[in-house]
Each structure stands twice: as structure tokens, then as C-alpha cells.
Design a protein around this ligand. Structure first.
Ligand code: G1P
Length: 287
């Protein structure tokens, strides 16, 4: 069975980026000239996803506007003969089928995923977290889809992180099965360094079987007083095979200011139109 649907939680308050996120969604902050959410939706599309369900909340309307047609702008660009820009703008609204569900209360990531239950139905699905942007030759989710095709069970992306950072992540315990693939035996959300079962952190890409929904309905509040996806996954892995996939590529934690800055600099350097001049500029800085 192919994975065609992806859930994209985007209802968070974005407090780490205040005041920028006071009146604008964190997901719309640009890396160079593209909103962060668009990088992730493009990854979904390149990985074969056909339908994205974005979980939104109050103050997130500009996400819907971004992926919708913009009549005034398009007419203006057309009249002025700005064909390239017109095509760019149209390509965003034609990108992929998107549905929106409102999460009325910020009750946690597990609860946000649960909000998509009625649209996903009884099929395996993907989850993308917008704070993790992965730059890779083969998109991270496409790599995971290959593993799915072979094993047909829940798979989450993992990355080795230094032990001083484990407490910012969900962390897995597992046994290495083959190159890049681990069989997960347990996982814990944001453990203290001394309680972490390994240095393999969960990164925001998941392929999940639909049984997770019934589990999340019964999952109690966990770390931070929120209904945690990791706690639901922990229950799921007691009844099904569950794998961790160590993806190839560079991951940026764009939910943190440092990760956001690193991604901005590196993505700008990679751009044909900006890179050479920006590189020369950086060289002139007295660091
Ligand atoms: C979430 C998950 C966590 C995972 C992280 C990856 O945490 O709960 O397990 O390691 O995303 O970015 P958050 O960053 O939303 O606190």
C-alpha cells in the first residue's frame, strides 16, 4: 500500500520566535524567500504525497492564503508581463491538495495528529513537523517511503545527536537491523540526559499505521502537560513492528533561532542567484 496522505501540525503558538510570531504564523517565516512550510510541503510532494492535511489554529489564516490563488497579484503580474513571477506564484497554489482542520485548543502534538483522524481514515499516513527542515539529495520522506515499501510498518526518522541535546527530543531504544534501520523497543519524550536510552533522537518525519488514532484517543497528558505523540507511539510499538530510519541529509532545527539562522545562511549560499555575492560578502566580515 502506498502512503498518499500527510498530516502537518501547524497550530503551535511559536513562542520561541516572539515578537515575530505575534501576528504571523511561525510556519510562514521565510528561509531566504520561501516560507518554512513550503519547504516541507515540497518535500511531501516530491515523496509522492497527494493530500496534505494541515492542522491549524487561530491566527494561522495566512497559511491558507499562501497556498490559495491570489487573483489580484496574478492579474497584476500578468498585466506587467512578469511571467516568471506569475508562474512562481501559480505553482504555489497548484502544488498539492490541502485540507485544513482547526485544533481548537493547543493540547499537544498527539492531540493535533488526532484532529486529522476523520480525514485520514483507516490508512497509513505520513506526518511532517515543520520545525525540522531536511536538505537531502533524496527527500527524507522519500527515503523513508522506500523502507515502508519493504517493511510496511510504522517508521520514524532518527538522527544521532550529542548527549547534551537529547533532552530536547523524543529518544529511541533500539537494535540495529541493517544499514540505517533500527527496530525500536522503546522511546521516551524529552528524557534527562542520564535517562536517555540512546543518542538517537526522533526527527519530525513519521510514517504511521492508523491504529495510532485509537491509541491517541486514550493517551493521557505527558511531558509538559501535553498529549504527546511519543507516548502514543510507545503504546503502538508494543503491538506492532516499529522502525527508526537514520536518514541521509542535513537537518536544520528551524524551530530554534540558531537552526533558523544556519539554514538561512546555508540555503542562501546554495542559491545560484544569491550564493556567489553572499559568499563574497561573508568573507568581508571581520569574524
Ligand atoms: C517533537 C516531538 C519529539 C521530536 C521533535 C523533533 O517535539 O515531540 O519527539 O524529537 O518534535 O523535532 P517538539 O520539538 O515539538 O517539542
Amino acid at each position: 500500500m502506498k502512503i498518499k496522505t500527510a498530516v502537518f501540525p501547524a497550530a503551535g503558538l511559536g513562542t520561541r520566535f516572539l515578537p515575530a510570531t505575534k501576528a504571523q504564523p511561525k510556519e510562514m517565516l521565510p528561509l531566504v524567500d520561501k516560507p518554512m512550510i513550503q519547504y516541507v510541503i515540497e518535500e511531501a510532494q516530491k515523496s509522492g504525497i497527494e493530500h496534505v492535511i494541515i492542522i491549524t489554529g487561530r491566527g494561522k489564516n495566512s497559511i491558507e492564503d499562501h497556498f490559495d490563488m491570489s487573483y489580484e497579484l496574478e492579474r497584476n503580474l500578468e498585466e506587467k508581463g512578469k511571467t516568471e513571477l506569475l508562474e512562481l506564484v501559480q505553482s504555489v497554489s497548484n502544488m498539492i491538495t490541502i485540507s485544513y482542520v482547526r485544533q481548537k485548543e493547543a493540547l499537544g502534538l498527539g492531540h493535533a495528529i488526532l484532529c486529522a483522524k476523520h480525514l485520514v481514515g483507516n490508512e497509513p499516513f505520513a506526518v511532517f513537523l515543520g520545525d525540522d527542515i531536511v536538505d537531502a539529495d533524496v527527500p527524507c520522506m522519500a527515503q523513508m517511503m522506500k523502507a515502508w515499501d519493504k517493511h510496511q510498518c510504522s517508521i520514524i526518522a532518527v538522527e544521532q545527536v550529542s548527549m547534551e541535546h537529547v533532552s530536547s527530543y523524543g529518544v529511541i531504544a533500539g537494535e540495529k537491523l541493517e544499514d540505517r534501520l533500527y527496530k525500536i523497543s522503546d522511546m521516551v519524550e524529552k528524557p534527562k540526559r542520564e535517562d536517555a536510552p540512546s543518542d538517537l533522537a526522533i526527527i519530525g518525519r513519521y510514517i504511521l499505521t492508523p491504529e495510532i488514532f485509537d491509541i491517541l484517543e486514550k493517551t493521557q497528558k505527558g511531558a509538559g502537560g501535553e498529549i504527546q505523540l511519543t507516548d502514543g507511539l510507545r503504546t503502538l510499538l508494543k503491538t506492532q513492528n516499529f522502525y527508526g530510519y537514520q536518514f541521509e541529509g542535513n537537518r536544520y532545527d528551524t524551530g530554534s533561532k540558531m537552526g533558523f539562522l544556519k539554514a538561512t545562511v546555508e540555503f542562501a549560499l546554495k542559491r545560484e542567484d544569491l550564493g556567489p555575492e553572499f559568499r563574497e560578502y561573508l568573507k568581508t566580515l571581520d569574524l
